[in-house]
Write a protein that binds this ligand. Structure first.
Ligand SMILES: Cc1cc2nc3c(=O)[nH]c(=O)nc-3n(C[C@H](O)[C@H](O)[C@H](O)COP(=O)(O)OP(=O)(O)OC[C@H]3O[C@@H](n4cnc5c(N)ncnc54)[C@H](O)[C@@H]3O)c2cc1C
Length: 480
């Protein structure tokens, strides 16, 4: 029997595309997932190295990543094995900084701010004045309903706070969540993330503020599980399949439709590969790639005028996004050296040139004999490092050795993602999801409550499929 279920092409195999493909499959639609590169996962992926698989960048999830954690559970990923749960902590190698006391994770969700309050009270190296100022600001934000003027930056929200409070609390959290310098970062998004981390829904057994660190590489965490799940359900999965052109195939006007042309279907050209015909498209490519595809679509004389206009307007918005790099330097400590801190993540005292990394993570290797690896993260590196990855790695190596009192380390790999995230600035107008009834954009850049994060990407993928649901109703099929 011919399968009359709608056929959806998902373009882009990052976390947004994978989430969309899974959601489309759950609705019983036929799915083709097309990924340009030789690997799944996009900006959160496994990279091969001479010492075994590494990640392109250390990723932190939090308990409030409800959509991501639910997706992983749906795919059968054993969450407690796959993710190391660490109560929210922002401590430095010297023991300074904040740690949410473990007992607060047993508090009901509404009382979670108590945990952060307790962390602020026990922050080592803080004076009574620092603690009072931090607690008063937290209370002020809570009273304001975690809202502020859309034009405010994080630096403006924190005006008047003691320097130590900004350095130990605000800056590391804002850098980790928004990857944007405080003077440019959106205060409204920062408060939303903080609110979510304190009060957001978190699937059991997590508290929303828990830090969840992948134990294995990122490919194992989502892409392997998702592609296995999709293949078992008959989805077509194509790597090295770069979509070069989207073409709207509009059915001729029919008298029964009052002379209006029907909903467009799609023809997708694939570089060096078989083209794809689909009833609907989820465009889960990064902002810059979607921009190119939509501009070409709009320039096609056969593209319906309304769709062309929306495509051009979408591309204008997407082009206005500025992107910020993240560099990750992987280091191997000498054999026998042991990590002696209670949490696997440490914040680092940093300086844009001399000590550029903000965080260092301890990661166990795949097999015990390979020992420990350290991932040092440089969020938004100073532009002076541009094109100087080896010098950056050497500076990070010196910084980490000094901060952790390490006699020696070996640089295993340096990965610089030039367009890791978009700059999350105040009042940013992000491109929207719906381009037409059968064409929807997804990705961390698409309008949504979250900054450029895994959760933002996953939510947008799920939302894209929900949005297509209206067009792909059962009555829509079979196409006349
Ligand atoms: C170093 C680093 C550290 C990060 N740390 C964190 C963190 O700690 N926590 C967190 O939540 N987030 C973090 N992020 C952000 C997170 O990785 C991204 O927000 C998320 O992965 C974006 O997913 P996406 O699916 O929207 O886009 P992408 O991952 O960019 O996926 C898009 C995919 O489309 C493919 N593609 C492009 N053009 C085409 C085409 N024409 N045809 C077919 N396929 C195409 C690309 O190859 C890519 O695989 C980090 C990112 C980086 C780079």
């Amino acid at each position: 029997m011919v399968n009359r279920a709608p056929h959806v092409a998902v373009v882009g195999g990052g976390w947004a595309g994978l989430a969309a493909a899974v959601a489309a499959c759950q609705r019983g639609w036929r799915v083709t997932l097309l990924e340009a590169s030789p690997h799944w996962g996009g900006r959160a992926r496994r990279v091969p190295s001479r010492i075994g698989p590494l990640d392109n960048g250390q990723h932190i999830l939090i308990g409030a990543y409800h959509a991501t954690l639910t997706l992983l559970a749906t795919l059968g990923v054993p969450l407690t094995q796959a993710l190391q749960r660490v109560p929210m902590a922002l401590t430095y190698p010297d023991g300074g900084g904040l740690r949410v006391p473990g007992w607060t994770s047993t508090l009901p969700r509404v009382a979670h701010a108590v945990g952060l309050g307790a962390a602020l009270l026990v922050a080592r190296g803080w004076t009574w004045r620092d603690q009072r100022a931090a607690l008063a600001r937290l209370a002020r934000w809570q009273l304001a309903g975690w809202r502020c003027a859309p034009t405010a930056t994080v630096a403006e929200l924190c005006a008047g706070l003691p320097r130590r409070v900004v350095a130990d609390w605000i800056e590391p959290l804002a850098v980790a969540a928004l990857n944007t310098p405080l003077q440019q970062a959106s205060g409204a998004v920062w408060l939303r993330v903080l609110d979510d981390a304190l009060h957001g829904p978190a699937p059991a057994p997590y508290a929303p503020s828990d830090l969840l660190l992948p134990r294995a590489d990122l490919g194992t965490l989502l892409p392997d599980a998702a592609t296995r799940w999709l293949a078992e359900r008959g989805a077509t999965l194509r790597l090295r399949a770069r979509v070069t052109r989207l073409q709207a195939v509009t059915p001729a006007a029919s008298p029964s439709d009052g002379g209006n042309p029907g909903t467009p279907a799609w023809h997708l050209a694939v570089a060096h590969g078989t083209p794809v015909q689909a009833d609907a498209v989820v465009l889960a490519t990064p902002a810059w790639a979607s921009t190119q595809l939509l501009q070409a679509l709009a320039a096609d004389p056969d593209c319906p005028a309304g769709l062309a206009r929306r495509g051009v307007a979408w591309a204008d918005r997407a082009r206005a996004l500025q992107h910020i790099p993240i560099a990750t330097v992987w280091l191997a400590p000498p054999p026998g050296w042991a990590w002696r801190w209670p949490t696997p993540m440490l914040a680092l005292r940093h300086h844009p040139q001399q000590a550029p990394a903000q965080f260092v993570f301890a990661r166990a290797a795949d097999h015990p004999a390979a020992g420990l690896r350290l991932a040092a993260v440089v969020s938004a590196p100073d532009p002076a490092w541009h094109g100087r990855a080896a010098d950056l790695a050497a500076a990070v190596q010196r910084q980490v050795q000094q901060a952790l009192a390490l006699p020696d380390t070996q640089v295993l790999a340096t990965v610089v993602e030039q367009r890791a995230t978009f700059a999350c600035t105040p009042g940013l107008a992000r491109p929207w999801a719906m381009l037409g009834p059968t064409l929807v954009a997804a990705g961390d850049h698409v309008e949504g409550p979250y900054p450029a994060t895994l959760e933002g990407a996953v939510r947008s993928g799920l939302h894209a499929v929900d949005a297509l649901g209206a067009a792909l109703t059962p009555g829509f099929w079979p196409r006349p």
